[in-house]
Design a protein around this ligand. Structure first.
Ligand code: SF4
Length: 319
């Protein structure tokens, strides 16, 4: 995940909850990709450290357990850069320019780094010989690319890499206050470090069904971003929210007050843990260092195999 600083409800439901579940079934490498962050904004690096710190705090506050996963910063494991360089020889420029993510942003981002970031992503995956990568559908092409690079390397030299597969999960759709996908860049998000009062205030600004102007007007919960939140945080939503919304019996203000209450209740343990972790900044940096140390060990081991397969382990041969 790119270091965007403290996370929001969309990140929590779209990624973190899933990772917390997966950590009981898989050993995971969770990489805060600071080099990837440079592809979109290489000039503003002064707050990267703080953004990394806040993200690590949220990872732990959400329930990620350092006994079950390695949480680390990408640039702390230099082998990511080495494998990226090797992989960049195995792929053509047209393959990269055809990727939808490149096509979408090529007019604003035309750096070599941006073109090559899916190759760095492939290195991030293959460096740990990952077999499953928990991603959303929008990343499907990039996982395909990582698999393709693993296959190309194995065919060109010898088998070193597993062929990684995407591990898709059903991710609930979380919309922001303006009805678009919840995102920090749209400023429509509910940050995990908001207070209860800030959360309630943000909820009260949410778009709802535009045809439901006042209490008494029939509503359409299926098109309402507030109802999407109820589906996650209000277990009785099907009986207690949708029917009275449709008949008009339930007004939007009341409905928003209810979701604000339920959301604040669900976020309370995360916020409590967050507050405790913030009192121990050294602990957060220790977690990241320990994670990097574990990741480095695995990465170095993989790179020895890569160099050996490529017959570029010159020093070893001399002995
Ligand atoms: S009553 Fe609730 S679910 Fe219905 S439109 Fe208003 S906010 Fe949305």
């Amino acid at each position: 995940m790119q270091p965007t600083g403290s996370l929001h409800v969309g990140n929590l439901e779209g990624a973190l909850r899933n990772w917390v579940r997966l950590q009981d079934s898989y050993w995971m490498y969770l990489c805060i990709v600071d080099w990837h962050a440079l592809t979109a904004d290489f000039e503003h690096t002064a707050d990267l450290k703080e953004r990394i710190f806040q993200m690590a705090v949220d990872f732990l506050a959400a329930g990620l357990d350092t006994e079950k996963c390695a949480i680390f910063i990408q640039s702390e494991v230099k082998e990511h850069a080495e494998l990226h360089l090797i992989f960049s020889m195995l792929i053509t420029v047209p393959t990269l320019t055809r990727l939808p993510t490149y096509q979408e942003k090529k007019d604003e981002l035309d750096s070599y780094g941006f073109l090559g970031y899916p190759v760095l992503q492939a290195a991030d995956i293959c460096l740990y010989n990952a077999n499953k990568v928990p991603v959303g559908k929008d990343q499907e092409k990039h996982i395909w690319l990582a698999k393709d690079l693993a296959i190309r390397f194995n065919k060109t030299y010898r088998k070193v890499f597993n062929e990684p597969e995407a591990l898709f999960t059903t991710i609930p759709l979380i919309l922001g206050a303006d009805g678009r996908k919840m995102s920090k860049s749209y400023d429509n998000h509910i940050p995990l470090d908001y207070t209860e009062a800030q959360t309630t205030k943000r909820i009260m600004t949410y778009f709802t069904d535009p045809l439901k102007v006042k209490k008494g007007d029939p509503g359409r919960p299926e098109i309402c971003p507030i109802y999407l939140l109820h589906q996650i945080y209000t277990p009785t939503h099907a009986a207690e929210i949708a029917p009275p919304c449709r008949t008009g019996e339930l007004g939007c203000v009341e409905c928003k007050e209810e979701i604000a209450k339920n959301l604040n209740k669900a976020l309370a343990p995360i916020r409590k843990k967050r507050g405790e972790l913030l009192k121990e900044p050294d602990y957060i940096w220790d977690v990241l260092e320990e994670g990097a140390s574990r990741a480095r060990e695995r990465a170095q081991n993989m790179m020895e195999k890569v160099r050996s397969a490529m017959k570029t382990d010159y020093r070893k041969k001399k002995k």
